[in-house]
Design a protein around this ligand. Structure first.
Ligand code: NAI
Length: 482
């Protein structure tokens, strides 16, 4: 790991490869590139110090350089221990005008295969600004809410006057967070309170992080305004669905190279991610079975032609199991004990609590064997093995390279516009959770049409009047579901 300067990445010599892939990705990210052009002169993010906590991939590199092109200073960490693409991280550290011997890029703290301690240390580094009046950022760009969580927990414990003892932690990860906060609070007593005071807002990328934000809003503990980027239509109805349609099979293929056609696959959860995943496996010729708890989504799955049943019914019959729920305890150790030999088990939801990895490790006599990084077999005492991908963490980023550029151009254009909104219009966004205004959502979609050769029909004024919209949009009421 290279720590020559104010960054930490695996290997700076990968920067040239990273830069080549970033250049290819730029062409596939027309939304971000159009935004760079549109705002080149106005520099709406001048003065912004953005801390990003989001998978450090090639696509994220294009996002980071877009934020910088709009005037922002940026510090970055990944939001998952396995999701960093080391060549992308190296290219960001080196920057377009630097060299591995003379890195001049953005301070980035990310490498593939971090420990939990390293992961939270990286998050802390991204939040710690050497040249800032508060020592911190004035904007956060989050994915899953870990950077936001660290700030909120820090402020909460500073108010209480003490951090709970790490011995009271509910999990290994919780212990790491409590240890980190114990250290920071002893080093700099009001670090987080001071740092939070200047944060204008956070823009949150994913369903799970958004869930955390609404929870804090309900409890009255939210410290600054937030834009829920996930629920922009051009995010969740594209990235979550079409992104996973691409990257789920990519992850399974790179991990196992197992033929998917003819196999039986179970998708737990039929939300946006589940819909993309089910289609992805059906596209490969698998027989797909869905589990759901929500009658609406269960009915949708049935109407889409999938068998819908409980995990219990099929756990000993299926070949591939994928969790997509954003919920916990979906596949337990006792379920895995009933699976077929060499069944494949993976999760594509944000956190690693969908599959009971802790319970699996505690099965008496079980043996874990690494086939290659992020692919493990677990052999039960009777000799039956199952294959677990990315140790239960999101497999499309752990085993493959996440979503491809074009779909991320939509999500990241939403992110960039959300950052501009919160940073430039603080008066319009008192502390609360917002979604992106619909005209911006439609703008992001519009920016991607030309690249696909889409010719849009223009409303005639009398037609616009008849359906009660403006010729230039927005075209749908806020409650429309797409
Ligand atoms: P969603 O809320 O649209 O879908 C989740 C579905 O799971 C819901 O329909 C819910 O009823 C169902 N569910 C909940 N508990 C269940 C249970 N016990 N059994 C069966 N079904 C259950 O959420 P979305 O947008 O699909 O996101 C799901 C997860 O994926 C989140 O953690 C999100 O952050 C993450 N995500 C991951 C991405 C990736 O690239 N890996 C991309 C986008 C989102």
């Amino acid at each position: 790991v290279d720590s020559r300067q104010d960054f930490k990445v695996a290997d700076l010599s990968l920067a040239e490869f990273g830069r080549k892939e970033i250049t290819l990705a730029e062409h596939e990210m027309p939304g971000l590139m159009a935004i760079r052009k549109e705002y080149a002169e106005a520099q709406p993010l001048a003065g912004a110090r953005i801390t990003g906590s989001l998978h450090m991939t090639v696509q994220t590199a294009v996002l980071i350089e877009t934020l910088a092109a709009l005037g922002a200073q940026v510090r970055w960490a990944s939001c998952n221990i396995f999701s960093t693409q080391d060549h992308a991280a190296a290219a960001i550290a080196v920057g377009p005008n630097g060299t591995p011997d003379d890195p001049r890029g953005v301070p980035v703290f990310a490498w593939k295969g971090e420990t939990l301690q390293e992961y939270w240390w990286c998050t802390e580094q991204a939040l710690t600004w050497p040249d800032s009046p508060t020592g911190g950022p004035n904007m956060i760009l989050d994915d899953g809410g870990d950077a936001t969580l660290l700030v909120h927990k820090g402020v909460e414990y500073e108010k209480d006057g003490k951090v709970p003892s790490p011995d009271t932690a509910e999990s290994d990860e919780h212990r790491v967070i409590l240890e980190l906060l114990t250290r920071t609070v002893s080093e700099t007593p009001q670090k987080w309170t001071q740092l939070a005071s200047e944060i204008r807002g956070v823009t949150e990328e994913t369903t799970t992080g958004v869930h955390r934000l609404y929870e804090m809003q309900r409890e009255g503990t939210l410290l600054f305004p937030a834009i829920n980027v996930n629920d922009a239509v051009t995010k969740s109805k594209f990235d979550n669905k079409y992104g996973c349609r691409h990257s789920l099979v990519d992850g399974i293929n790179r991990a196992t190279d197992t033929l998917i056609g003819g196999k039986t696959a179970v998708i737990c959860g039929y939300g946006d991610v589940g819909k993309g995943c089910a289609e992805s496996l059906r596209g490969q010729g698998a027989r797909v079975i869905v589990t759901e708890i929500d009658p609406i989504c269960a009915l949708q799955a049935a109407m889409d032609g999938y068998q819908v049943t409980t995990l219990d019914e099929v756990v000993d019959k299926a070949d591939i199991f994928i969790t997509t729920t954003g919920n916990k305890d979906i596949i337990m150790a006792s379920d895995m004990a009933k699976m077929k030999h060499q069944a494949i088990v993976g999760n594509i939801g944000h956190f690693d609590n969908e599959i009971d990895m802790a319970g699996l490790a505690k099965v008496p006599g079980i043996v874990k064997d690494e086939i290659k990084p992020q692919v493990h077999t677990w052999t039960f005492p009777d000799g039956k093995k199952i294959i677990v991908l990315s140790e239960g963490r999101l497999l499309n980023l752990g085993n493959a390279t996440g979503h491809p550029s074009f779909v991320m151009s939509n999500s990241f254009a939403d992110q960039t516009l959300a950052q501009i909104e919160l940073f430039t219009k603080p008066d319009e966004y008192p502390t609360d959770v917002y979604v992106l205004p619909k005209h911006l959502d439609e703008k992001v979609a519009r920016l991607h049409l030309d690249a696909l050769g889409v010719k849009l029909t223009t409303l005639r004024p009398e037609q616009a009047d008849y359906i009660g919209v403006k010729v230039e949009g927005p075209y749908k009421p806020d409650h429309y579901r797409y």
